[in-house]
Design a binder for this molecule. Structure first.
Ligand code: HAM
Length: 430
C-alpha cells in the first residue's frame, strides 16, 4: 500500500514540490516577518493547544454556522469526551484568557497566534482541511482608535509583502438591530425562496444573514435588491461607522464599504472586515475579522469586548508568490565542506563546528567518494562555496576553496583556514 497525505492536506517541504508556496523556507520567512510585525504593534504571542472541548466552539463560533454544523473535526476521546480540532483561533485564545483570569493583570491585552486550524471543507484551490492562520486579538475597552489600529496592522501586513488586496468593511450593528434585520431578510427572501440556490434556501431558516454571502450566480439578483443593514443600524452605530471611515481615510488606509459583508462566524457585532485579493480566484479572502462585544462574557469571562482578525497563510503565500516576490535566499549553506577520507572528515567536522559557532551556515558531505559527485551535491543545495579537503590537500596542508557559481578556485593554508573563511563570509554579508 502506498500511503498518501489525507485529502485537503499538504506537506511543507524543503524541496521536491512544484508548488512554490509549499516550500518550507517561504513559510519560515513569512512567519518570521509576521511575528516581527506583531511585536512592532505591541502584540504578544499566546499559544493554545490544537484541540479543545467541542462545546467551546459551538458556543462561540455559533450553533448554526457552517463551521459548527458541517466543518468540525470532532471525535470522542478514550474517556468519551467530545473533542474538536480547533477550526479557528479566537475561541481558544479567549478560553485561555478567561481560564487564567488574565483580565486582572492589565487593562488591555494584545495577543497574536500562528498555527494550524482544521475545517472539514470541500477541498479546492485555496481551501484546505488543515489551514494555517496568523491572528491577533485585542481584548479591552473598545474604541474607534482601537478599530483603526487593528485595520492598520492588517493593512501593514499586506503592505510589507507588497500585496495588492482590498480591505472591505461593514457594520452589522448590535444584537437588537441584527434581529430586526434578520426578520426583514426572512420576509424579503421567503416569497422568492424557490428561486434561490439550495444552499441559500437552507440558510433561510437557520442563518438568513449568510445568504448575503452566497457566491451562487442564481442568488445575485435577489441579493442585490435585498434590504440593507444600513437602514437598521442605530444612529449611534451609524455615526461610529462613518467616523471610522474618516479616521481610516486620514490614516491613508484604503478600504471599500460593502453592506453585504457578513462573516461566517456568529460572534461579531458592529465592525466586520475582510481582506480580498484578485489573485486568488473564488476563495479570495486572505483574511477577515471584526469586533465582538459579548463573546468573552458569553464564554464565562468578564464583560470585556474584543476585536481581532486572522489571515490564511496558504492564501497569503500564494498571493505573495503570484507576484513573483523574491522572499530571500538565507536558507542555503554558505560553505559546503567536502572531505575525502577519514582524516579529512575529522578535520572538516572540527572546521564545521567552528564556523557554525560563528553563525555561518555550513553543510558537510560525509558520503561522497569523489570530488565531482560532492560538487554536484553542493550545487543541488545551492551552496556558495565548496571547501575541498582531500588526500592532496592534507599533504600540502592547503584546502581548496571553490566558488560554486563562477567555478573559480583558490588555495588556503590550513593554518589560516577558519579565519579566512570567516572573513569571506563577513565580506559577503556587507
Ligand atoms: P475566518 O474568516 O474564518 O476568520 O478565517 C480567516 C482566514 O483563514 C480566511 O480569510 C482565509 O484566508 C483562511 N481560511 C479559512 N478557511 C480556510 C480554508 N479552509 N483553507 C484555507 N484558508 C482558509 C476566523 O477564523 C476568525 N477567527 C478571525 C478572527 C480573529 N476574528 C476575530 N479575531
Amino acid at each position: 500500500m502506498k500511503y498518501q497525505c489525507p485529502k485537503g492536506l499538504f506537506d511543507i517541504l524543503p524541496y521536491g514540490t512544484e508548488e512554490k508556496w509549499q516550500l518550507s523556507y517561504y513559510w519560515q520567512i513569512l512567519e518570521d516577518k509576521l511575528k516581527k510585525l506583531a511585536h512592532l504593534f505591541g502584540f504578544k504571542e499566546l499559544r493554545t493547544p490544537i484541540f479543545e472541548h467541542t462545546e467551546l466552539f459551538s458556543r462561540s463560533v455559533g450553533e448554526t454556522s457552517d463551521i459548527v454544523t458541517k466543518e468540525m473535526y470532532t471525535f470522542f476521546d478514550k474517556a468519551n469526551r467530545s473533542i474538536t480540532l480547533r477550526p479557528e483561533g479566537t475561541a481558544s485564545i479567549l478560553r485561555a484568557f478567561i481560564e487564567k483570569n488574565m483580565h486582572q493583570l492589565r487593562r488591555v491585552h494584545k495577543f497574536f497566534y500562528l498555527g494550524p486550524m482544521f475545517r472539514y471543507e470541500r477541498p479546492q484551490a485555496g481551501r484546505f482541511r488543515q489551514l494555517h492562520q496568523f491572528g491577533i486579538e485585542t481584548l479591552g475597552p473598545s474604541s474607534l482608535s482601537r478599530d483603526a489600529e487593528t485595520l492598520d496592522l492588517l493593512y501593514e501586513t499586506l503592505h510589507q509583502f507588497g500585496i495588492e488586496a482590498t480591505i472591505v468593511i461593514n457594520s452589522i450593528g448590535d444584537k437588537a438591530c441584527r434581529e430586526k434585520y434578520k426578520n426583514a431578510l426572512v420576509n424579503y427572501f421567503k416569497p422568492i425562496a424557490g428561486d434561490l440556490s439550495p444552499e441559500s434556501q437552507a440558510r433561510l431558516d437557520k442563518n438568513p444573514l449568510r445568504i448575503l454571502d452566497s457566491k451562487s450566480v442564481q442568488d445575485q439578483p435577489f441579493i442585490k435588491n435585498a434590504p440593507s443593514i444600513l437602514d437598521f443600524l442605530s444612529s449611534n452605530d451609524q455615526k461610529e461607522f462613518e467616523e471610522l471611515q474618516q479616521i481610516l481615510t486620514k490614516m491613508k488606509i484604503p478600504f471599500l464599504v460593502d453592506h453585504n459583508l457578513v462573516r461566517g462566524l456568529d460572534y461579531y457585532d458592529r465592525l466586520v472586515f475582510e481582506m480580498r485579493s484578485e489573485n486568488l480566484g473564488a476563495q479570495n479572502a486572505v483574511g477577515g475579522g471584526g469586533r465582538y462585544t459579548d463573546l468573552i462574557s458569553d464564554l464565562g469571562g468578564p464583560s470585556l469586548p474584543g476585536i481581532g482578525f486572522a489571515i490564511g497563510l496558504e492564501r497569503m503565500l500564494q498571493v505573495v508568490i503570484a507576484k513573483d516576490l523574491q522572499l530571500s535566499d538565507q536558507f542555503v549553506p554558505f560553505y559546503y565542506l567536502v572531505p575525502l577520507g577519514e582524516e579529512a572528515k575529522e578535520k572538516a567536522l572540527l572546521l564545521a563546528t567552528d564556523l557554525r559557532k560563528a553563525q555561518i551556515p555550513v553543510d558537510i558531505d560525509l558520503d561522497s567518494k569523489k570530488v565531482g559527485q560532492a560538487l554536484k551535491n553542493g550545487d543541488l543545495l545551492q551552496a556558495n562555496f565548496a571547501v575541498i579537503i582531500g588526500e592532496e590537500e592534507l599533504m600540502t596542508r592547503k584546502a581548496k576553496l571553490k566558488n560554486l557559481l563562477s567555478r573559480e578556485q583558490i588555495e588556503i593554508d590550513f593554518s589560516t583556514l577558519t579565519q579566512n573563511l570567516k572573513r569571506i563570509w563577513e565580506d559577503a554579508k556587507l
